[in-house]
Design a protein around this ligand. Structure first.
Ligand code: K7E
Ligand code: CUA
Length: 672
């Protein structure tokens, strides 16, 4: 079959929408065989075999599921505020969402990447990208918490991210939108795209010991849309591959104008060469502004730093750094086989899947077998780099992953299926429908050097008729397939949070035993921590009041506070004194323009509250922590601005007056 032109493609797409709209695939309800339930059944009290880390899309978060059960284990707040956990609401976590634009409470997380050593998952961290305000986050798998977020200058729409090299040397991030560089005047006509807009690839280095990220360098490229990327591995270690679309460089109606060319590009980047250029001082120092936010587990606080410089390498001037491989047609996924020998391009509008050979690419470069240059970058001859094409695979290929038996699995959005094919002979071996319109898929260990195989999950964009109706918006969903045999077998549907894009599956054994159980109180270096109830107090500094508070089953200390006045800003610094697994206490205060705190054992978190009226304000623990959880409460008295009610605080001593006792109020701090 020849490549479809745009009109043909449009016709097929429309025909498809009609089909899906009017009838569902045959046997949609009968595709589950009788043994599926056994294959996904994880008995109560038993652990799943795998963790599945799933992007939350427009929820901005990441979630962790157990496989094969499909049970949701945790939603990890990353780029969006989460009132459930106080993320982005507590004073300690607000700096995590700081950017050069100020506090940004939301983002769009598309891709997850587990850290790797020697090309296999090492269970230390999982990275996620922010697609809106370009950022990369690192989540610590000891705590399942976001530990670091770095913003990316010269970027807009951080889509081809956060893909990483086989030893997590770098996390890369290619900009989806090309834009005028940050140090130029961006106030230019939009139709000067070709002249003024640039694409930027960011290389973030990751420190082996603690995962600390630094923006090592950027490569300035022609103004395209960079879509996805993968690092080379094994034989191709040292290279990175990025899919590019809109090589037409259109700035309007991309739907049509960026679908003109028969072939777009995969950009091959020699990052070892980039390191040489960097060492040789070939980079240009550019003034920029970006935030770098880090969470410190000892102070239980995040800090945000604005950085002002980045080193940029120019792809036009620096030879042997970048090469273009022509790829049909508007490529989306760009995936590298376990050995690193093959690079699979997936043209959204293509009717074949091109598979490129890494060795052939090197030969083509050596022989200077170019068909020209694009903005100074050599364009390699398609036929010379091509290993072969998968013929008639399906419609709208998006993403490919690999198993441990030499097979590849590609998702097809338009024809709504997963297709299994052999990497060596490129023969299609099996196909199964998805319900419906699959985006990403993932295989257990599917982007490593040694995939686990066994399971494949398809992440679907449309779930019409798969679940009970829930109003106009239906859940997005995942479908689990057993791929251990010759034929793929659908064994489970499970709904997901937000919109799942990419996900990864790692063996539970890699991660589960490293889990932090609680924070040690004697390592708590929070400035406002109260280590023990004896350390609790309330301190006024002008119009700011600091409440040093503790929580332990089942009371706060103090739980009676008087002398707060209108015009005060009150900071409740709550330290959870528990030293046991899974005993959080919560903290809520009536009328606070804020969320609760959810404080883990040994941790201190701060809720800022500005009283808005005179009167009595209750506080309470929001997490059912003991039989007397409902008793875990207290009162804060708010008086008028000029009032002379003294600042007092107590626990257990502020009892009603007995008749005959001296007049006047008396509050005493409870000394323990
Ligand atoms: Cu959903 Cu990776 Cu943003 Cu493809 S992307 S589907
Ligand atoms: Cu502490 Cu409920």
């Amino acid at each position: 079959m020849k490549n479809l032109n745009f009109k043909q493609w449009l016709f097929i797409s429309i025909a498809f929408v009609f089909l899906v709209g009017s009838c569902k695939p045959k046997n949609a309800n009968n595709t589950i065989s009788a043994d599926a339930a056994l294959k996904t059944y994880v008995a109560p009290g038993k652990y799943d075999e795998f963790y599945n880390f799933v992007s939350g899309g427009f929820s901005g978060q990441m979630s962790a599921y157990g496989l094969p059960s499909g049970r949701l284990l945790r939603v990890i707040p990353v780029f969006s505020v989460d009132p459930e956990k106080g993320y982005g609401f507590s004073e300690e976590t607000k700096p995590m969402l700081n950017t050069s634009h100020g506090f940004v409470p939301w983002d769009d997380l598309h891709h997850v990447q587990l850290s790797k050593t020697n090309g296999d998952y090492d269970g230390k961290w999982v990275f996620g990208n922010a697609n809106n305000t370009p950022r990369v986050a690192r989540i610590d798998l000891k705590t399942f918490r976001t530990a670091e977020i770095i913003e990316l200058p010269n970027s807009a729409g951080n889509h081809s991210s956060p893909f990483l090299t086989e030893n997590t040397e770098y996390v890369v991030a290619g900009t989806r939108f090309s834009v005028p560089p940050d140090d130029t005047n961006g106030d230019v006509p939009i139709n000067t795209y070709k002249k003024n807009f640039k694409g930027t690839l960011s290389f973030i280095s990751v420190k082996k010991e603690d995962g600390k990220m630094e923006l090592a360098f950027q490569i300035q490229c022609p103004g395209f849309n960079f879509d996805l990327s993968r690092a080379g591995k094994g034989v191709s270690h040292g290279w990175f591959f990025f899919s590019c679309y809109n090589t037409e460089q259109a700035n309007t109606l991309l739907e049509v104008n960026a679908s003109q060319k028969d072939k777009d590009f995969i950009l091959a980047v020699n990052w070892k060469k980039a390191e040489e250029y960097l060492k040789a001082g070939k980079g240009r120092k550019q003034s920029v502004r970006y935030a770098h936010n880090t969470y410190n587990e000892n102070t239980h606080s995040a800090t945000s730093e604005i950085k002002t410089e980045v080193i940029v390498l120019d792809s036009k001037e620096l030879k042997d750094l970048c090469y273009f491989i022509p790829c049909p047609k508007s490529p989306h996924g760009c995936d590298v086989s376990p050995t690193g020998e093959y690079i699979v391009g997936s043209g959204k509008l293509a009717a074949i899947i091109p598979v490129f050979g890494f060795a052939k690419m090197l030969k083509t470069i050596q022989a200077k077998d170019f068909i020209g240059t694009f903005e100074g970058i050599p364009v390699l001859k398609y036929e010379s780099v091509l290993y072969g094409e998968v013929k008639k695979p399906g419609l709208g290929p998006l993403h490919t992953e690999f198993d441990n038996k030499g097979n590849a699995y590609t998702s097809f959005f338009v024809s709504s299926e997963v297709v299994k094919w052999n990497i060596k002979d490129l023969k299609v071996l099996d196909r199964v429908p998805t319900y419906y319109s699959v985006g990403h898929l993932c295989v257990a260990g599917g982007d490593t050097k040694n995939p686990n195989g066994k399971y494949l999950v398809a992440y679907n964009k449309i779930t019409k008729d798969r679940y009970l109706p829930t109003g106009p918006e239906l859940s997005q969903s995942a479908q689990l397939y057993d791929i251990s045999g010759d034929k793929m077998q659908l064994i489970l549907d499970f709904p997901t949070i937000g919109e799942p894009h990419y996900a990864q599956i790692a063996p539970a054994d890699l991660i589960k035993n490293n889990s932090t159980k609680f924070y040690k109180l004697d390592e708590n270096k929070h400035k406002y921590a109260s280590i023990g109830e004896g350390a609790t107090k309330v301190v006024r500094e002008g119009k700011t009041v600091h409440v040093y508070m503790t929580a332990i089953r089942s009371h706060f200390s103090p739980d009676n506070i008087e002398g707060i006045k209108m015009g005060d800003d009150v900071y409740f610094h709550v330290t959870n004194l528990e030293q046991d697994w899974d005993v959080p206490h919560g903290f809520g205060i009536k009328g606070a323009a804020n969320a609760e705190l959810l404080i883990m054992p040994g941790e201190t978190q701060t809720l800022k509250w500005t009283p808005d009226r005179v009167g009595m304000v209750p506080i309470y623990c929001t997490d059912f922590c003991s039989a007397l959880h409902q008793e875990m409460q207290g009162y804060v008295r708010v008086s008028p601005a000029g009032s002379n009610v003294p600042l007092t605080f107590s626990l257990g001593t502020n009892m009603p007056k007995v008749e005959g006792e001296e007049k006047g109020e008396k509050n005493e701090k409870n000394k323990k």
